[in-house]
Design a protein around this ligand. Structure first.
Ligand code: ADP
Length: 483
């Protein structure tokens, strides 16, 4: 099926007619074709966005928020279709795709909620200051949105919710592997009443589209979710325009098991958090730290759980893990396992690709590596795949040092039988989100963001609008007719 881009309320091809093929990562079947756009199409999308800004700002705020709510309802109505398309372009199991639709909607709903409760004005006491001073959150203007392939819809609605409510027009660039659900969402946004120019989608060359978004002074914020490497590129590209950046970058979450933890619950929690989306999430536990005394029981229990995981194409019932998203993704996981083995790790389970007749070579076995160390890539570089590297520690103090030793600081997990111990350890972890006996600490209702090199700014919860509407101060002096 041939898809078009959505620019200024029109469904358009690329200027030279070039296209990009989107394949199902499970079997390489062609799912769709999208325009391969670059600088000129992006410029037109920015123009359309800028042209829609005055109208959006003049629109009654309640009706802007209502459009976002309508979009959320339309996503629910088209949930089955959206989930099926998501599984086809991304590979994740259907149940997870359906879960992503709900999760994506929760970002829209949170934005609407926070927008309705936004305090528009805070006056200082005019008696005291002799002035009338008030502060308003002022919509930032045109927003460039760059999204990743692991949660193409949820990472988009995180940004679309606040921008839509605040009347900030968007130019969206989805990832090359997963542009189709974004284009379907554009169709729903059109139905929900987003006016021409308010929501534009440009697919194609990341470099060309990204460069245009970063160099056009009409784009006032670029909101990006993706790798730390690309985040750095965007920071460098902002040196002339000083475009604001909201960056949600990589993590490499530690999972600390303490002596007092309930082993069964910890193992269930770890498996739940680790294998979501086949381990292709920026918050999944990637560095598993276990006290020496519990090591053998832990590794046995984890191996038994890995044996029960079902790998296969995402649209088959009962599948826990689909294919990895593309060849580079599986090659990177393979390289990490090879590096760990060369440096002395033991493969307890998995360790390589699984072959299925008639399917692509992109299925990786749930893998348990034991005896890992800080020298191994799997303990240094973000893993995006179904690999559990285990390492022992002697004291909790040592575990905290290991947990904090990387430049990334997004999520972390602590599993313990002692609430106070859990909170005390969690307080010392350098990260933005920590699950204490909780495998799913991320929700739309709480701020999401990292520290150190995991990014700039927050999305979700009370922070959902902030980056899109920085405060603006109005200081009103005296008028001739003042008493
Ligand atoms: P990953 O390596 O996990 O695919 P990326 O950071 O490359 O993560 O991808 C996240 C998003 O960033 C995707 O939409 C991708 O197309 C986009 N991207 C990649 N390179 C650039 C770039 N040079 N400029 C702008 N966007 C880019």
């Amino acid at each position: 099926m041939s898809y078009r881009n959505y620019i200024g309320g029109h469904w358009v091809e690329s200027d030279d007619g070039a296209t990009l093929v989107v394949r199902d990562p499970a079997d390489d079947a062609v799912v769709g074709e999208v325009p391969r756009c670059g600088a000129s199409e992006t410029r037109r999308a920015i123009e359309a966005a800028a042209a829609s800004l005055p109208g959006l700002q003049a629109t009654d705020p309640a009706s802007r928020a209502e459009r976002v709510s309508v979009l959320s309802r339309l996503m629910d109505e088209r949930r089955v279709e959206l989930a099926a398309l998501l599984t086809r372009e991304q590979g994740k199991p259907l149940a997870e795709s359906a879960g992503e639709i709900d999760y994506a909607r929760s970002y829209l709903d949170t934005a609407v909620l926070e927008f309705r409760r936004m305090r528009r004005e805070r006056s200082l006491d005019p008696e005291e200051t002799g002035k009338d001073v008030f502060v308003e959150a002022a919509p930032v203007g045109v927003v460039g949105v760059i999204t990743p392939w692991n949660f193409p819809l949820a990472m988009l609605t995180k940004k679309l919710g606040p921008a839509g409510c605040l009347g900030c027009p968007m130019v969206v660039k989805p990832a090359e592997d997963t542009p189709l659900t974004t284009l379907l969402l554009a169709e729903l946004a059109e139905q929900a009443g987003f006016p021409p120019g308010a929501f534009n989608v440009v697919t194609g060359s990341p470099e060309a589209i990204g460069a245009e978004l970063m160099s056009d002074p009409r784009v006032r914020l670029v909101s990006f979710t993706g790798s730390t490497e690309t985040g750095r590129l965007l920071v460098r590209a902002a040196d002339r325009t000083l475009t604001r950046l909201l960056l949600e970058l990589g993590g490499h979450a530690p999972f600390i098991l303490t002596e007092s933890a309930s082993m069964e619950a910890a193992l269930d929690g770890l498996v739940g958090a680790k294998f979501r989306n086949g381990g292709q999430t920026c918050v999944c536990p990637n560095r598993i730290l276990v006290p020496e005394s519990l090591h053998d029981r832990f590794v046995d229990g984890l191996a038994a759980r890995l044996d029960r995981l079902v790998v296969g194409r995402g649209d088959r019932p009962g599948v826990d893990l689909g294919p990895l998203v593309n060849d580079a993704a599986i090659a990177a996981v393979e390289a990490q396992v090879r590096d760990a083995v060369e440096k002395g790790a033991r493969v307890v389970r998995g360790g390589g690709r699984l072959a299925f007749p008639g399917l692509a070579d992109r299925f990786f076995a749930p893998t348990l590596l034991d005896g890992c160390t800080s020298e191994m890539d799997c303990f240094r570089i973000e893993t995006f795949g179904p690999v559990c590297p285990v390492r022992t520690y002697r004291s909790l103090e040592e575990a905290i040092v290991i947990a904090n030793e990387l430049p990334a600081g997004l999520a972390a997990y602590v599993w313990t039988g002692d609430r106070e111990e859990g909170v005390a350890v969690a307080r010392r972890l350098e990260c933005g989100i920590v699950g204490i006996n909780d495998p799913a600490p991320v929700t739309a209702f709480t701020p999401f963001g990292g520290v150190k090199q995991s990014g700039w700014g927050h999305e979700g919860g009370a922070a959902v609008l902030g980056e899109y509407a920085p405060p603006k101060t109005y200081s009103v002096g005296r008028f001739a007719d003042d008493p």
